[in-house]
Design a protein around this ligand. Structure first.
Ligand SMILES: Nc1ncnc2c1ncn2[C@@H]1O[C@H](COP(=O)(O)OP(=O)(O)O)[C@@H](O)[C@H]1O
Ligand SMILES: [Mg+2]
Length: 183
């Protein structure tokens, strides 16, 4: 299985659609699978994805010609089924305006910008699938076609050079730590 992950708003679905057409891959959208299979559990009034149940379902899918898409990817597939994983990254200031447009609550927005600044999805992807299989791509200020080409090259097995990402330093320099981490 090929993987596209990253926080919400980083460009996963945009890139997955282009790549799936180009390389003739089937998109497995983690959120859609969770909804279709009804694998949720209640967590003080909100619904959370039941990751253990989802993992069983996703590991049974045909991994040969598929791309798995979603921010939960590091937690819902066994490493043995993973060929390579692309983690899309995006400037937290840009994400903030994307979340505003998507009408995320303040809490949901801060959770996701905080996760992006700390690089949690990237860290977890490396921890689960290994350094060799993981590629980080910064989509901020990049054309969609440029990012799609890079991901295509990675999925073809090329050892593409990763982007450097240090949002923590950026936010620190702009003295916005309190804004992104108010509690
Ligand atoms: N280089 C890029 N790669 C992917 N998406 C990009 C890029 N630059 C801008 N975007 C835009 O980012 C937005 C969020 O993309 P989307 O695919 O919905 O993200 P996700 O599926 O991760 O939530 C879209 O409006 C998309 O057009
Ligand atoms: Mg999406």
């Amino acid at each position: 299985m090929k993987i596209i992950t990253g926080n919400p708003g980083t460009g996963k679905h945009t890139i997955a659609k282009l790549i799936s057409r180009k390389l003739n891959l089937e998109i497995i959208d983690i959120n859609k699978v969770a909804i279709n299979e009804g694998v949720f559990k209640k967590n003080n009034g909100t619904l959370d994805v039941d990751v253990d149940k989802l993992k069983k379902i996703i590991n049974k899918k045909d991994s040969e010609n598929s791309v798995l898409v979603g921010h939960l990817a590091p937690y819902v597939i066994s490493p043995k089924n993973v060929e390579m994983a692309v983690v899309l990254r995006k400037n937290p200031y840009k994400l903030q305006s994307t979340y505003k447009k998507r009408k995320y609550t303040n809490k949901k927005s801060l959770e996701n910008t905080g996760s992006e600044i700390l690089g949690i999805v990237y860290y977890d992807t490396i921890r689960e699938f290994g350094r060799e299989k993981t590629f980080q791509i910064d989509t901020s200020n990049k054309a969609i076609s440029f990012t799609a080409k890079k991901v295509e090259s990675i999925f073809k097995g090329n050892k593409v050079k990763e982007d450097n990402v240090d949002w923590l330093q950026l936010v620190f320099k702009k003295r916005d730590m309190r804004k992104f981490f108010p509690y």
